[in-house]
Design a protein around this ligand. Structure first.
Ligand code: URA
Length: 234
């Protein structure tokens, strides 16, 4: 980044004013006075104005995406599959908070705020993630109780979950399930443990943040209330 943009992004001055500040000898890079406004500044350079260090203010993004099926939740895929990043037209380096499988759809949060990403994925915060599920077959009361208590997947017992049946017959069961951890393919493995196959999986909420009616494949900024909720977790 050039010095005049660096100063403007740091909130020191407009790009035009920066010129005057620099040519009057008030700016130093790594302790050396600089009078050329076009000089490039690197990430590890220290820039000061009148002896005070300045840094560009990084805009923080907090967005929710309705991930469709057929996209992977990472920046690159060695198999050449579509990635969720291809759905987002934002220049900043965003990263998804948690993953959804290739064939899962629903709520995915993305941010460039690393601290928040850590909080939301750390098991000690016990943030609930709610999924809408359609299963093969009818889920018995016994299986519901097992899922709510914890089932063994990959040699470990899952944390208690909350199961709410929406409808069911001999062919299928529709339900919501809330889990408080995020093991790999957790929902599919939990139902597998009680003998059912997941036919459709959609994440509809993370904590108090709900997907609502957001159109599949689109995204939006989180609103004030949602941001307040996330900040309350920090
Ligand atoms: N559990 C799964 O099995 N898959 C997902 O994508 C999310 C939770």
């Amino acid at each position: 980044m050039r010095l005049n943009k660096y100063l403007a992004d740091s909130g020191v001055s407009s790009r035009r004013e920066s010129e005057r500040i620099v040519t009057s000898g008030r700016v130093k890079i790594n302790g050396k006075t600089i009078t050329d406004i076009n000089i490039p500044v690197n990430d590890n350079d220290t820039v000061s104005v009148d002896g005070n260090t300045v840094k560009p203010i990084k805009k923080q993004y907090y967005i929710m995406l309705h991930k469709p099926k057929g996209y992977i939740t990472s920046a690159k895929d060695e198999l050449g599959r579509k990635t969720v990043m291809q759905l987002i037209d934002i220049k900043a380096r965003l990263f998804p908070i948690g993953r959804l499988d290739y064939d899962t759809e629903g709520l995915l949060l993305l941010t460039n705020d690393g601290k928040l990403a850590n909080i939301l994925t750390h098991p000690k915060h016990r943030i609930g993630k709610t999924y809408l599920v359609r299963l093969s077959g009818q889920l018995s009361t016994d299986s519901i109780q097992q899922l709510e208590k914890g089932v063994i997947i990959d040699g470990e017992t899952t944390q208690p979950a909350i199961v709410d049946i929406i409808s069911g017959d001999v062919h299928n069961t529709r339900l919501n399930i809330t889990i408080f951890e995020g093991k790999n393919h957790q929902i599919k493995k939990m139902f597998d443990a009680v003998g059912h196959q997941v036919e459709f999986l959609k994440r509809i909420a993370i904590g108090e943040i709900k997907l609502g009616g957001l159109t599949r494949g689109t995204y939006r900024d989180l609103n004030k209330k949602e941001l307040e909720y996330l900040n309350s977790l920090k």
